[in-house]
Write a protein that binds this ligand. Structure first.
Ligand SMILES: Cc1cc2nc3c(=O)[nH]c(=O)nc-3n(C[C@H](O)[C@H](O)[C@H](O)COP(=O)(O)OP(=O)(O)OC[C@H]3O[C@@H](n4cnc5c(N)ncnc54)[C@H](O)[C@@H]3O)c2cc1C
Length: 361
């Protein structure tokens, strides 16, 4: 075991960072979890957490896994419709006894279930990482509030716009996937009953999905193809967040009504980006996990799942390994081919079902 008195800093309290903090603190490491927001950021919408993600959670935190099952809806049906509303394909999903389901669930109860497993003493909110320095013996993280932290390993779980990434692989560009996306959550239990995931296949420059997230709520995602202006490149949130009515009008009336019934504060909008596969996941004592390491198109719904898999694998290697250097080399050898494959196939599917060009941002 890498010495349990090792001090491990994690930057970013998203799902990847919080899960890692819970696993490592349970293993006895000295964990500090740094988050730039003043509290846990539970905003966001519904998530399809595929079976692999549920398995990665079950292996490290059966309690969190059970809480997520209780909070959402197991996927029971994928239904594909054209823009007239005709169903052209339906794929029921069934589970063997004791098989973990793929879950449709809001991001908030996922984060809360994971945070419940992290000791309060590990949490450092309002800490925005600015820079990182390291020697062969230790790594130091510097924060915008003037504080610093020194330890044995720093993990960047700080998402697609990762600051930590500059200190592992400098100069990584975001690549615009060609869509502006709105997502929302609305009180409704009839449009997508009982674990239904509805897809309106891409056409006429739009794409949409709707799914049950349990508790009589429906999540929707509405994508429009849009070129970015030069000043928008690399920006996550557009300056104009209104959904263009002429685009919404391309959906059938019943689907459009669900979106129109959503309270504005339950809607988020952002441009859709991925990053190219990184040539390495760590440098010295600094490692990347989750979106910071491999942000990808949502087309295969592997985003959150791959962050959970990263956390589980890293906790396992830290539990078994002798030195940080050996742990990181073993971790990278296992995870890099897997996350590269997720990135490659997610982008391929985006290109096949979506727009054929991307813009470097
Ligand atoms: C449109 C869309 C749909 C998606 N749908 C799905 C889906 O159905 N299923 C799925 O599995 N995935 C989906 N994803 C992807 C999924 O949401 C992400 O992969 C996942 O949330 C990434 O988690 P993370 O913890 O790695 O990063 P994040 O959730 O981005 O967390 C990063 C954290 O780091 C903090 N931070 C950032 N910078 C700093 C700093 N300098 N200092 C300190 N803290 C910092 C942030 O505040 C944040 O809390 C989707 C993504 C999009 C855009």
């Amino acid at each position: 075991m890498a010495h349990s008195n090792h001090r491990i800093g994690i930057v970013g309290a998203g799902t990847s960072g919080v899960y890692l903090a819970s696993l490592l603190s349970r293993q006895g490491f000295q964990v500090s979890l740094f988050e730039k927001s003043p509290q846990l950021r539970t905003d966001g919408c519904g998530i399809l957490l595929v079976q692999a993600g549920m398995e990665a959670l079950q292996a490290g935190s059966p309690e969190a896994c059970s809480a997520i099952i209780a909070a959402g809806a197991p996927v029971k049906l994928f239904e594909f419709r054209n823009l007239r509303g005709d169903v052209f394909n339906a794929e029921p999903v069934s589970y063997a006894e004791k098989e973990l389901p793929g879950m449709l669930v809001h991001r908030k109860p996922i984060l809360e279930a994971l945070l419940a497993e992290v000791p309060q003493s590990c949490l450092r909110f309002g800490a925005e990482l600015e820079s990182v320095s390291q020697t062969p013996e230790s790594v130091v993280a510097h924060f915008s509030n003037g504080q610093h932290w020194e330890g044995d390993l720093l993990v960047g779980a700080d998402g697609i716009l990762s600051k930590v990434r500059h200190f592992v692989v400098p100069g990584v560009n975001l690549y615009y996937l060609g869509d502006l996306v709105w997502r929302g959550v609305v009180a409704d239990s009839t449009f997508c009953p009982d674990g239904t995931f509805l897809v309106y296949a891409r056409g006429r420059g739009i794409y949409a999905n709707f799914f049950d997230i349990g508790d009589d709520r429906t999540h929707w995602g509405f994508f429009i193809e849009k070129n970015q202006l030069p000043h928008e490149q690399g920006i996550l949130v557009p300056s104009d967040t209104d959904i263009p009515p002429q685009e919404l009008a391309k959906l059938p009336d019943d689907a459009r009504a669900i979106i129109e019934a959503t309270p504005p504060e339950q809607i988020v909008s952002r441009y859709s980006y991925d990053i190219d596969p990184l040539p390495q996941l760590y440098s010295g004592r600094v490692l990347l996990i989750g979106d910071a390491a491999h942000a990808k198109s949502p087309s295969r719904a592997r985003g959150m799942t791959s962050g959970f898999e990263d956390a589980l694998a890293l906790a396992r290697y830290l539990g078994e390994g002798d030195s940080i250097a050996g742990v990181l080399a073993d971790y990278q050898a296992e995870r890099m081919p897997i996350v590269h494959e997720y990135q490659r196939t997610s982008r391929e599917i985006s290109r096949k079902i979506g727009r054929s060009h991307r813009q470097a941002a």
